[in-house]
Structures are given as C-alpha cells and as structure tokens.
Design a protein around this ligand. Structure first.
Ligand SMILES: NC(=O)CC[C@H](N)C(=O)O
Length: 410
C-alpha cells in the first residue's frame, strides 16, 4: 500500500483556491482518471470507491435533484459552482422514482468543503445523506481545471476513492480507472427501470397526504420508464393525465393493452443506441398505432433512432440549467436544463423527421417531430427540476396533441 505521503503526488490540485486551513491536511480522497492523473482532495459522503464517467454540471442550484436523476447512473458529477450543500437536503427533492439509493449519480466532486446547511427545508446535511446513500464525494480540488479538461479532452472515466484514514493503493486505483468500460455501448436502463407497472399517484407515496395534485383525469398516458424523473410524472398529472408507468422492456402489446391516449418516453442513463436494440422495435410498433408520443432526452434519442436516425457521443456533453435552445417552429429561445452525453445526429434524420429545436451553444439537435405521425421529442428537460421552467409549454403541446388526436378519432 502506497500512501500519498510516500511520494505518489502527481498533483495539480488548486491548493490556493481551497478554503483557509486546508493546506496542511493530508488527502482523504483521490480522484484517479483513466489516464493516470491523480488529484488529491478531502473525502465526504460514503467511504469507499465510486467509478464512472466524469462529467461537469454548471447548475448553481438543485444538487439534490441532479444527484438523484437516474440519467446520471454510471457518472461522477463535478459541480462547477463552488459551494454545494449549503441548503442541505430534504425528502422531497429526489428525482428517481425509487427513493432507494443507487438510482442516481455514482459519485460527486465539489470545490468547497460541505458545511452545515442553512435552509428551512433542510432535514439533513448533504455529507451525511450521501454517506447514507453510499455515494462517495470528494471536495477541495480545482473543479474549474477539471471542467476545462473535460471540455477539451472529453468526459473521462475515473475512480473517486474516499479513505478517512488517508491510505490509498494508488497503483490499484489507476489500474481500476483504466479498465473501466466506455459509456458508449452501455445499456444501463435495467438498473433503474421499475420492475413492475406502477400507477403514479404521488399522494400515496412516502411524501405524505396532499403532496401531489390529482384533480380529475381526462387522459391516460403510459410512460415507458428508462429512468424517469418524478417531476415529469407530476407535470403530466398536473395536466389531468392518469399516468401509468411501465418497465423499459414492456412490449408494444403491453402498452397498447392499457388503451393509452398518449405514450411518454422517459429520460434515462447510458447509451441510447445500446438500449435501442430492444426498445426501437417496440417504438416502431407504437408509432404504427398512431397514439400520440412524446419523448424527453433519452426518450428523444430513442425516438430519433426509431425514426431511422443515428445518435452520437458528444465530447463534453451538456449538463446545466442555463442552456439556450431555440424552438425553430416559433423562433423563441428558451433557457433550459440539460443532461446528456449523447445526441441525435441531425444529418442522419430521414425526410419524414423535422428538426424542431436547436442548441444555441453548439448547434446540436435538441428536438424533432415526425411529419407522418403524432410524435415529437426534445433533448433538453422541460420538466426542469432543477432549472428554469421556460419549456413547460411542451407538456401543454403534448396534451393538445392528445386531445386533437382523440377528437379526430371520434
Ligand atoms: N438525461 C438523459 O436522459 C440522458 C440520456 C443519455 N443517457 C445521454 O447521456 O445522452
């Protein structure tokens, strides 16, 4: 066992940027990148090791929603905002359908040490909550330098190791990081999708009476769960939709047997092209049924694949809550939440698919609509949570599409 004190320092930590009083502390956590780079920091959350693809998120708020978003499975989230944890955590801002641990980010990297929370909603400290959920955290590195590295060289596999007594087997960690599989080709959906049908009614969940709003039901939506976020289901329920959540491996027959007025394709982790192997044949049958269909993020990528397009891996991806996206049908720009590392390749889209939304950061595709079927999808997150609510109108578009198609069938 080598320790850092024995000369394994290959440090480009930003010691000067650490809060006062850190300079002499021995590292209790390491970030070991697949290329062998080792960054020293202070551990928090769970002790142990987390592996995954390092990405960075530029949101200034909403860390709890981000860390419990199932789309982050397989990833280590670096927050570029330096002070994370200040408002603590609560029992409500959890986005994964299952409240259990293991349904969100694998690890977390922040700049400043997590302090005691100051917020009326806080029921716990982020540090202890992460420990209870088994999520490993590292603080005290130069997160700006790490973000620049990801921006220039792309998302990178890594191990975050937290050892409260400061002992690490650095060579073993390097070997482990180098051996991690690439995110491309990984179907991570089975780890987060619901095991069985679930009739969404938040009032019956752990959050207590009266939390969800359920006033009247006018439409039935079947949501295929690739790793769905709760706020999507809330926003559908808010629009008088009965929402039935089905496992990702459901067949078209399973979905259509419920006689849905609309079908929703959720967000989710991993490479959409890997999940497409079993999801796309189902989606093609569902498109044939002409039931209105709406997809978000992973669901958008799957719709693009089902329609005959291709997805590509991005270099740095998009993760944040301040991305400008243009709705090319109205010309309006919306500020949105983003969380994706893959994207639909616009050039691959066949003629019956039109591009509806474009990222104003890099011009990448952010939305499509089929011209011969009532189906559309967006790459960004209209449910926000966290993030600006500019794109909530997309839920209204979906409901209007459902009502239009229903009226036409009568
Ligand atoms: N938020 C999501 O649905 C992410 C989709 C996909 N896993 C990606 O990284 O692109």
């Amino acid at each position: 066992m080598a320790t850092l004190q024995e000369g394994n320092r290959e440090s480009n930590t930003d010691r000067d940027a650490r809060p006062d009083g850190w300079h002499d502390e021995a590292a209790t956590a390491l970030l070991v990148l697949a290329d062998g780079t080792v960054l020293e920091g202070a551990g928090f959350g769970a002790a142990g090791e987390a592996t995954g693809e390092v990405c960075f998120n530029t949101a200034m708020t909403g860390y709890q929603e981000i860390l419990t978003d199932p789309s982050y499975l397989g990833q280590i989230v670096t927050f570029t905002f330096p002070h994370i944890g200040n408002v603590g955590v609560n029992d409500e801002d959890i986005e994964s359908l299952s409240l259990a641990a293991g349904n969100g980010a694998n690890g977390v990297i922040v700049h400043a040490r997590v302090t005691e929370p100051a917020n009326w909603r806080a029921t716990r400290n982020l540090d202890r909550w992460l420990a209870a959920r088994g999520i490993v955290g590292l603080s005290g590195i130069d997160t700006r330098a790490l973000a620049i590295r990801v921006r220039e060289k792309g998302m990178v596999n890594a191990v975050v190791a937290h050892s409260p007594d400061g002992t690490f087997d650095v060579e073993a960690l390097k070997a482990r990081a180098a051996a991690l599989p690439d995110m491309s080709g990984l179907d991570l959906v089975p780890a987060v999708t619901t095991a069985q049908r679930l009739d969404w009614d938040e009032t019956s969940w752990e959050l207590g009476e009266g939390y969800g709003r359920r006033e009247g039901v006018k439409r039935r939506v079947v949501a295929i769960d690739y790793g769905v976020k709760r706020n999507i289901l809330r926003l559908l329920a808010d629009r008088e939709c009965e929402v039935i959540v089905l496992p990702a491996a459901s067949t078209a027959r399973d979905v259509l047997a419920l006689e849905p007025d609309g079908i929703f394709l959720s967000n989710g982790p991993g490479d959409p092209a890997a999940t497409a192997e079993y999801a796309v044949p189902v989606l093609r049958d569902l498109l044939e049924s002409r039931v209105p269909l709406f997809g978000i993020c992973f669901g958008h990528q799957l719709l693009g694949l089902a329609a005959g397009g291709r997805t590509v891996k991005m270099t740095q991806g998009h993760h944040g809550a301040n991305h400008p996206v243009k709705d090319v049908t109205t010309g309006k720009v919306e500020i949105v939440s983003m969380n994706h590392g893959f994207a639909v390749d616009r050039e691959s889209l066949p003629d019956h698919v039109k591009e509806t939304h474009v990222s104003l950061f890099d011009g990448s595709n952010c939305g499509i609509a089929l011209t011969d079927r009532p189906a559309f999808s967006v790459q960004h997150h209209p449910e926000a949570s966290p993030g600006p609510q500019d794109s909530h109108y997309l839920f209204d578009r979906f409901v209007e599409m459902i009502d239009r198609e229903k009226a036409a069938r009568r």
